[in-house]
Design a protein around this ligand. Structure first.
Ligand SMILES: [Zn+2]
Ligand SMILES: [Zn+2]
Length: 275
């Protein structure tokens, strides 16, 4: 399974000299599936992925890929208006996600591109978009890949996804809060996975500040509890806080994480790897 990080930051794009190494773009991860792509979240990292896809069949309007949205907070959808393949007729996109409390995925996309906020409305984009609302626990098969979701803890709701392909498996669990007990829904989803990409927005010390409880985020310490319980082989720290510089991530998050679980790595924008 070939995976590439296009955006690893949480909350808001954070460019600048202190985030050059691990990246400032918000959540976007691509997985190759045959000739197609599966895209996990459409944060600002999607812009670069769109440029890369234009080098392939998307320039001629022959591209096809599937988006799976963890949820629709801004940092997970804001790349769509700047996704160049969406402006070419013939390209075809399936958008999978959870209907939010009051609205559908399609409405959320339309609202994001309200004329007052962006000059091109979503329905004016020439590519074809097919919306697919998922139920909790549903499995979708796309070519050689299966994607199973599980609803976790986050304001407004969030899905984690387990992606399986050619005997390999990865779980993408961003924007999830652990609270005081182990989240057995996530342990089940992660069983024997080759990789867990997990929300490590806070350090354990930051999370102990009671004001952050209920924000919907987690720590490497809690992620590693899941890794050990579920027998996961590799752990990637994801959704870096905008306040955390490259140095801070290495010293205060990666080092202590590797002490607890050696095969821990910081998700890094532009990093392409195979599991
Ligand atoms: Zn987020
Ligand atoms: Zn969120």
């Amino acid at each position: 399974m070939k995976i590439k990080y296009y955006g690893t930051r949480g909350s808001i794009p954070t460019p600048g000299p202190t985030t050059v190494k691990y990246g400032g773009n918000t959540s976007c991860v691509s997985i190759k599936s045959g000739e197609d792509y599966i895209i996990l979240d459409a944060g600002s990292g999607l812009r670069q992925l769109g440029l890369d896809l234009m080098q392939k069949g998307f320039f001629e309007g022959k591209g096809k890929c599937s988006f799976f949205f963890s949820h629709v907070h801004w940092d997970h959808i804001q790349g769509i208006p700047f996704f160049l393949p969406a402006y070419i007729k013939g390209n075809n996109f399936n958008l999978y996600g959870t209907p939010n409390v009051h609205t559908t995925l399609e409405d959320v996309m339309a609202h994001q591109q309200h004329y007052l906020n962006f000059p091109v409305e979503f329905k004016e984009m020439p590519a074809t978009f097919n919306f697919c609302d998922l139920k909790d626990g549903e499995t979708v098969t796309i070519g050689d890949t299966t994607i199973t979701n599980k609803k976790l803890n986050h304001p407004g709701g969030v899905f984690a996804y387990r992606v399986e392909q050619g005997g390999k498996s990865m779980v993408y669990a961003t924007d999830t809060e652990h609270y005081s007990v182990l989240d057995w829904r996530l342990v089940d989803l992660c069983k024997e996975a080759d990789l867990l990409i997990y929300d490590c927005n806070f350090t354990p010390e930051e999370y102990r500040d009671k004001r952050r409880i209920g924000w919907g985020h987690s720590t490497y310490e809690e992620g590693i509890k899941i890794v050990k319980e579920a027998g996961v082989k590799q752990f990637h720290l994801f959704h870096h806080d905008p306040l955390h510089s490259d140095d801070f991530l290495e010293e205060e998050i990666l080092k202590p994480s590797q002490k607890l679980f050696k095969n821990s790595h910081l998700a890094k924008e532009g990093w392409e790897f195979e599991i």
